[in-house]
Design a binder for this molecule. Structure first.
Ligand SMILES: NC(=O)c1ccc[n+]([C@@H]2O[C@H](COP(=O)([O-])OP(=O)(O)OC[C@H]3O[C@@H](n4cnc5c(N)ncnc54)[C@H](O)[C@@H]3O)[C@@H](O)[C@H]2O)c1
Ligand SMILES: N[C@H](CO)Cc1c[nH]c[nH+]1
Ligand SMILES: [Zn+2]
Length: 432
């Protein structure tokens, strides 16, 4: 891990230390995705099928989850099934508990403005599966969507290397009441959801994370006329750990590797006020990485890892706000004062016991979170991702008399006479 002392570093060195891996946004990825999206957009199902066969070796199909879910129940231990059920319960409890209430305000006497909430009609959920099937992501998307009351949920995921739908993804889908899943991944799946192709219907919004190809495809689809909306930029995983000298080096190292093992272009940053802790973590990380089944992926990602020595914890949080990480772990003795200073992060893990892994699986909030600095402006998945708010205005006759004149004045100030006439039309005598 490259090390940098923040206060002694030049502006250019600081910028380089908090830069995302270039391979996430390289032109080759953009060009490859553009070709796939154009193909699906112009040729529909034929484009999807051809791209899927070329990239993933299988023609997409809509798979009934009942068969593979039953297979999963045969393969998995009772403890594993219980663990998935625990995750489902916590995610459901959190999201049902965070549904918004209707909100009404009387801005003037007789002038009542309120916000009502409506679920989206049809959403597409992308479940990553290139390197390993992320069944947990299905729970993190489908449960909030259902809590919000979405009308129709369309799920896509890449086929397994040996073909067909992954049984554990099928089981997770079944536990969420989803009957069928499309076995198609990558940019071709995103384009199919964005424009509709064959039996895959165009959705109102595409939600879900993925690798650089998937993240780029979402951006391109959302930018094209007629393309579906998207939840957020959610690409390869990121973690920044801020630690003081109360932190345990082994915990910090394990947390950093938990995100490095996701993707060669995942990024983990370690910011600490303790050079001694930095030494210990930098020794442990390669040791632990060398024993991981996904060692090759983690080691590629560690090329983008950094240790940053901060003067104090306030400076450490300033660095986090500048980087805007997907995940921010506060491995410090007193996390709450730091939480109060955090402005830009997808999710915060406060204190030594709050392992990022708990958030990935079963704390309750969704692990689908903004990456690549998008946490400056975007939030992670929640029930709000699947809801729209609509404002409703009610005006009594008395209130209408009071607001018509100023409304007409404002309209004439903008040179919009028809607007003014609509206000004037309300200025009538109130019956006694
Ligand atoms: N931000 C978040 O909330 C979040 C959550 C979970 C996972 N993730 C990230 O999701 C990603 C999962 O990645 P993955 O690769 O395992 O699965 P994936 O499903 O995202 O991508 C697999 C697909 O990529 C396409 N692809 C692969 N190589 C290609 C190429 N050369 N050209 C065109 N398309 C190509 C294939 O069609 C394949 O189906 C990881 O980066 C992980 O960090 C992010
Ligand atoms: N850490 C990922 C989000 O960046 C989510 C995940 C799924 N499975 C394990 N982790
Ligand atoms: Zn993870």
């Amino acid at each position: 891990m490259k090390r940098l002392i923040w206060t002694k570093a030049s502006d250019a060195e600081r910028a380089a230390a908090v830069a995302r891996p270039e391979q996430r946004s390289e032109k080759a990825v953009q060009d490859a995705v553009r070709a796939i999206v154009d193909d699906v957009r112009t040729r529909g199902w034929d484009g999807v099928a051809e791209q899927a066969l070329r990239l993933d070796g299988e023609t997409p199909g809509l798979v009934d989850v009942a068969g593979p879910a039953a297979e999963a129940r045969r393969i998995l231990t009772r403890e594993q099934v219980d663990a998935i059920e625990t995750a489902c319960r916590n995610i459901k409890t959190f999201h049902e508990g965070s549904l918004p209430a209707e909100h009404a305000v009387e801005t003037m006497p007789g002038l009542r403005v309120r916000k009502i909430w409506r679920p989206l009609d049809r959403v597409g959920l992308y479940i990553p599966g290139g390197k390993t099937p992320l069944f947990s992501t299905l729970l993190m998307l489908a449960i909030p969507a259902q809590a919000a009351g979405v009308g129709e949920i369309v799920v896509t995921t890449p086929p397994r290397p040996e073909g067909g739908l992954d049984p554990v993804i099928a089981l997770a889908a079944e536990m969420c009441g989803i009957e069928a899943v499309w076995t198609v991944g990558g940019a071709q799946a995103i384009a199919a959801l964005g424009f509709g192709a064959g039996g895959i219907p165009r959705v109102d919004k595409i939600c879900g994370p993925g690798n650089a190809y998937v993240a780029e495809a979402k951006n391109q689809v959302a930018a094209l006329a007629g393309g579906a909306a998207i939840d957020m930029p959610a690409g390869p995983s990121e973690l920044m750990v801020i630690a003081d000298d109360s932190a345990d080096a082994a915990m910090v190292a394990a947390d950093l590797l938990s995100q490095a093992e996701h993707d060669p272009s995942a990024q983990v940053l370690f910011v600490t006020t303790s050079p001694a802790l930095a030494d210990a973590v930098e020794t442990l990380v390669p040791q632990l990485a060398s024993g991981l089944p996904r060692r090759a992926i983690a080691e590629q990602s560690l090329a983008f890892a950094r240790t940053i020595i901060a003067d104090d914890l306030e400076q450490a949080v300033d660095i986090a706000n500048r980087y805007a990480p997907e995940h921010l772990s506060l491995a410090v003795a007193e996390p709450e004062p730091l939480v109060a200073r955090v402005r830009n992060a997808g999710a915060v893990f406060a204190g030594h016991e709050a392992a990022e892994t708990f958030g990935d699986y079963l704390a309750g909030s969704s692990h689908v979170l903004p990456t690549d600095g998008a946490a400056r402006a975007w939030s992670g998945i929640s029930v709000y991702s699947f809801l729209k708010s609509i404002s409703v205005q009610q005006v009594t006759q008395e209130a209408s008399q009071r607001i018509a004149a100023p409304a007409a004045a404002l309209a004439r100030l903008e040179g919009l006479e028809a607007h003014a006439l609509a206000a004037d039309a309300r200025m009538r005598k109130v019956p006694a």
